[in-house]
Design a protein around this ligand. Structure first.
Ligand SMILES: *[C@@H]1O[C@H](CO)[C@@H](O)[C@H](O)[C@H]1NC(C)=O
Ligand SMILES: *[C@@H]1O[C@H](CO)[C@@H](O)[C@H](O)[C@H]1NC(C)=O
Ligand SMILES: *[C@@H]1O[C@H](CO)[C@@H](O)[C@H](O)[C@H]1NC(C)=O
Ligand SMILES: *[C@@H]1O[C@H](CO)[C@@H](O)[C@H](O)[C@H]1NC(C)=O
Ligand SMILES: *[C@@H]1O[C@H](CO)[C@@H](O)[C@H](O)[C@H]1NC(C)=O
Ligand SMILES: *[C@@H]1O[C@H](CO)[C@@H](O)[C@H](O)[C@H]1NC(C)=O
Length: 487
């Protein structure tokens, strides 16, 4: 112990404490099952063609997610701009819009068949977000028919983005197919969804294709339970999955722009925990529950939080925590290119949040079950992923203590329940929680990093640790995570 402490002080580190966690030998009863590709991306509707044809990092970075897991990440195309979009079958370009003021979103958007074909050419599955807010039901039906006909990789169709805030967005207050938006309630929303689901799916070959919900407000206000209660039972049969949006810094920590609060493990457990009952209700009627659009801070993110390394730690912990309560997919939103603070990449850089997504993809690759190891009451979290045969596959240890400068604390994790032998660990780290790629401070995972063109660079660093008597010790500094291969 003395030499360990002496070594830490030489390195400018401070020993904080010990966290002891036990890894079960096999998936505990009732533990969550994993989708093949739980780490997913959401692209703002009107930016989708630009991301895929005019930002080369999109293909390069997404290929890394494919290569590390064997599955192309699932995508969703949607967001606020889906409710301002009209399908024009005769339109030649992918999409036409004008943005008079770069600070505002395009509001008169038309898309044509090539937009759909571009989505069709993506090798992973796609959720398409269509327009309900604009109240042009016939056009949405026409779009849905074209999409079903042209896309072999269609996972689901959404009807409207964040309808619970239509009134706040000043959508025309006339009639939304008979509903008065100024008095929008969970019940009105359910009736509106029913009408649209039945009308849009009636000409489709597979009517059970709707990703319902797509709600923005906390699940205590708008949720799957309300839809199940108030929807037309026939409309419920069109629902395949239920999506809720979540921007924790905006809806959960409403009044603070605070990276420390965002990344704190206890807060992640609490925030994700607010969805637990709703997920169970949705599952009881056979719906998969997804975070259909999510990221750190809503409205394009915050420069004070979203691009900083702490969000890589947050994103890893958040995606894994969501998976442990059976949230099947987490679609991390990518907004307007070059003004999107939480974007995984842009033309110039591969940003810190991508490291969280890459590492989460690595952790979940080939996994079938996930379980959290801690009780969610400290800054120190642990997860175990099991394979299909119930064998321990990956161990994830997170130290979410907020580190900015000075002496960096170190938490010692004592892990029990492992198989004797040697295990290999890779560390996700950076100079501090505030490290920013655009300022030249790149994170590393297992000693490697992504260059600005998303190529992988650096010499791989793997830490080898001995397990004896089922026990091993790992030191993890503040604002760091360690991923351990268990087989
Ligand atoms: C691609 O992006 C550049 C830089 O923003 C822009 O000038 C150009 O018009 C874009 N090209 C297309 C085809 O969208
Ligand atoms: C919307 O865009 C279409 C074609 O792009 C154009 O013809 C129409 O005038 C625009 N409408 C408004 C209100 O700007
Ligand atoms: C929508 O389509 C129906 C059936 O084709 C038609 O009767 C109705 O007039 C259309 N509504 C609008 C607003 O175009
Ligand atoms: C919508 O509801 C509000 C509040 O109840 C009411 O003032 C308004 O007249 C209604 N609008 C329409 C078009 O019915
Ligand atoms: C769903 O929302 C209603 C309020 O609209 C609330 O009373 C209920 O507790 C919520 N249910 C869940 C499971 O969150
Ligand atoms: C350094 O850390 C202290 C807290 O330990 C904090 O108050 C201060 O703002 C930090 N300074 C910088 C430049 O981040």
């Amino acid at each position: 112990m003395f030499s360990f402490l002496a070594l830490l002080s030489v390195l400018g580190l401070a020993y904080a404490g010990t966290t002891t966690l036990t890894v079960p030998g096999k998936p505990p009863p009732g533990c969550a099952t994993l989708d093949r590709a739980p780490v997913a991306l959401s692209f703002e509707f009107y930016e989708f063609p630009s991301y895929f044809t005019n930002v080369s990092n999109t293909e390069t970075c997404m290929k890394h997610l494919h290569d590390v897991s064997g599955v192309w990440p699932r995508i969703r195309i949607g967001g606020t701009s889906q409710d301002y979009s009209t399908y024009v079958p005769s339109l030649d370009p992918y999409i036409v819009y004008s943005v008079p003021d770069p600070a505002t979103l395009a509001k008169n958007i038309t898309f044509g068949p090539r937009f759909i074909d571009l989505a069709e050419s993506y090798p992973g599955t796609v959720v398409m977000g269509l327009n309900r807010g604009g109240d042009n039901l016939n056009n949405t039906i026409e779009a849905a028919v074209a999409i079903e006909k042209r896309m072999h990789n269609l996972q689901a169709i959404e009807l409207g983005n964040e309808p619970d805030i239509y009134a706040a967005l000043n959508f025309p207050l006339t009639s939304n197919s008979g509903y008065n938006l100024t008095t929008w309630t969970p019940e009105t929303e359910a009736h509106s969804e029913s009408t649209w689901q039945l009308a849009v799916t009636s000409p489709l070959a597979q009517p059970n294709i709707i990703q319902a919900g797509n709600l923005e407000q906390p699940p205590s206000l708008y949720n799957a339970s309300n839809l199940i209660k108030y929807e037309d039972p026939l409309a419920l049969e069109t629902v395949k999955t239920f999506s809720h949006h979540n921007y924790p810094q905006s809806t959960y920590f409403a009044d603070s722009v605070n990276l420390e609060a965002l990344m704190k493990h206890q807060n992640i457990v609490e925030n994700v925990g607010t969805f637990k009952t709703d997920v169970e209700v949705a599952r009881s009627v056979g719906w998969e529950y997804v975070f259909g659009e999510t990221n750190s801070v809503s409205g394009g993110g915050s420069p004070l939080i979203s691009p900083l390394f702490g969000t890589a730690i947050w994103l890893l912990d958040y995606v894994l925590q969501a998976a442990t309560i059976n949230i099947k997919r987490t679609y991390l939103h990518q907004c307007t290119i070059e003004t999107c603070w939480y974007a995984f990449w842009d033309r110039e850089n591969v940003n810190a949040p991508f490291y969280g997504a890459f590492v989460a993809t690595y952790v979940l690759a080939g996994g079938k079950y996930i379980s959290s190891l801690d009780d969610g009451t400290s800054n120190y979290g642990g997860y175990v992923v099991f394979d299909e045969g119930g064998k321990q596959l990956k161990l994830v240890l997170v130290n979410s203590d907020y580190y900015t400068n000075g002496t960096r604390g170190v938490e010692r994790f004592v892990i029990e329940g492992l198989k004797d032998g040697w295990v290999r660990g890779r560390r996700l780290t950076a100079e501090s929680a505030l490290s920013k790629v655009s300022e030249g401070n790149l994170p590393t995972f297992g000693g490697r990093w992504f260059e600005s063109d998303c190529s992988i660079a650096g010499r791989e660093e793997v830490e080898v640790v001995k397990v004896e008597g089922g026990k091993a010790g790992f030191e993890i500094a503040a604002s760091e995570a360690l991923i351990v291969d268990l087989c």
